[in-house]
Design a binder for this molecule. Sequence first.
Ligand SMILES: [Zn+2]
Length: 229
Amino acid sequence: MALVACPTGSIGTREKLDSKAAAAAYPELVDENVYFCGYASPNSYGAASYLITRPEGNILVDSPRYAKTLVRRIEEMGGISTLWFSHRDDVADHQKFHEHFSCKRIIHRADASGIPAEQFLEGEDPVSLDNDLIAIPVPGHTRGHVVLLYRNKFLFTGDHLAWSDNRGGLIAFRSVAWYSWREQTKSMRRLLDFRFEWVLPGHGRRAHQSQDVMHQSLINCIKWMETIK
Ligand SMILES: [Zn+2]
C-alpha cells in the first residue's frame, strides 16, 4: 500500500508481489465515513487526500493522482460531488476529476489563480458549506489556505496543522509558511473556537484524540508558535 501511495514511485519490493490487492485497498478507511485516498500526486507535492462519503454527495479533500484503479473504487463508493481544496498546492489532477465526476470545485479566492473552480471562498469568516461542514479560512501557509471541519470531529488541515509523534502534539511548519507565520499563528488562535477529534493533514502525521486533548494541544502549539519569529 505504501508503494501505491508514494507520489514518486520510489518504493519497491525485493520479491515480485502482486500489487493488485494493495491498489484496490484505497481509499482506505480512517474512521466512520472518512477515507485516506493513497495515490499521492507529485503535482500535489505528495500531499495526502481524503474522501468523505455522504448520502448528500461525496467530498474529495484535495487531489490525489488520477489513477484508474482509484477512480473505479471512488465510482463504486458513489463518485464525487465536491472537490474541496485546502490550498493551491494540492490541486494536482483536479481537471480530470472534475471532468470525470462533474464535481464542483471549491477553493479560496486568494489561492485560486489559474484554477477554474465553480465556487470561491472569500475573506476570513468561517463558511457553512453544508450540514456539519464548515470551511475555516486560515491564512499563513498560503494566503488562501482553508481547513475543513466535518461534524465537529474531523478537521482536514492541509498544510496548516499536523500531528508530530516526536513532540507528542500538534505542530505547524515554520519553514513552509510561504505567506506569513504571524498570520498563521493568528489563524491558529481562531481555531480555538472549534472542537475536533481528528487532525487529517496533507503532510505530517494524522491523529485521533479526545476533543479536550486536541484543544489543549492546540493551545500548546499556539504558545510554541508565538515564541518563533
Ligand atoms: Zn502547501
